[in-house]
Design a protein around this ligand. Structure first.
Ligand code: HEC
Length: 159
């Protein structure tokens, strides 16, 4: 009886682990639920060699802060950047449209948990799985160096 209970317990914890979304190394950031329905902040275009189209969206906390021009962003802010290879439209060659999805990147504001990195936790996901630790070591360095004066966030609301 006892061993049956134990094996049930193991099975249950195994299931819980399988169901839990995978978290990014260093920061433990996961892909937020429902981000495809979030509000649009701005697009971006990355030239060669990446050749990507990107769209940054924000959760309701992010959007409220942007509306008020509130900086730093409050705790609970989540920003997501979706990216695709750009491909020439088959129907209209001068147009470039989204091709294969490349990465989904996430920034989560929690000023206590992420005090060492400006209050931001970072996650980069490829096919829904977190990228490796080496990639996550690059995030803070670039955001810190280039956008200190904008709470380490590049994207502004598109006019
Ligand atoms: C070499 C510089 C650089 C590095 C390294 C970098 N980023 Fe960024 N990041 C940018 C730029 C520039 C943008 C603005 C949008 C764009 O051009 O794609 C951006 C935008 C973002 C955004 C949207 C919010 C914002 O700041 O505009 C998120 C989320 C993000 N990056 C996450 C990450 C994560 C996660 C990593 C590490 C895995 C990372 N970034 C590494 C330069 C960088």
């Amino acid at each position: 009886m006892k061993s049956l209970l134990l094996s049930l317990l193991f099975a249950a914890t195994g299931l819980a682990r399988a169901a839990a979304p995978a978290a990014s190394p260093i920061y433990g950031v996961t892909l937020p639920e429902g981000y495809r329905q979030w509000q649009f902040i701005a697009p971006a275009h990355e030239t060669a060699p990446l050749d990507e189209l990107r769209v940054v969206v924000g959760n309701p906390v992010a959007m409220a802060a942007i509306e008020k021009n509130q900086l730093p962003f409050p705790d609970g802010t989540v920003l997501v950047k979706l990216a695709w290879k750009h491909v020439q439209s088959a129907e209209s060659p001068p147009a470039y449209v989204p091709g294969k999805a490349t990465t989904v990147q996430v920034m989560v504001k929690d000023s206590r948990k992420y005090a060492a990195t400006g209050g931001w936790g970072f996650g980069r996901f490829i096919d829904g799985k977190p990228a490796d630790e080496a990639q996550h070591q690059t995030c803070w360095g670039c955001h810190q160096a280039l956008v200190k004066n904008h709470d380490f966030v590049f994207t502004r609301l598109a006019p």
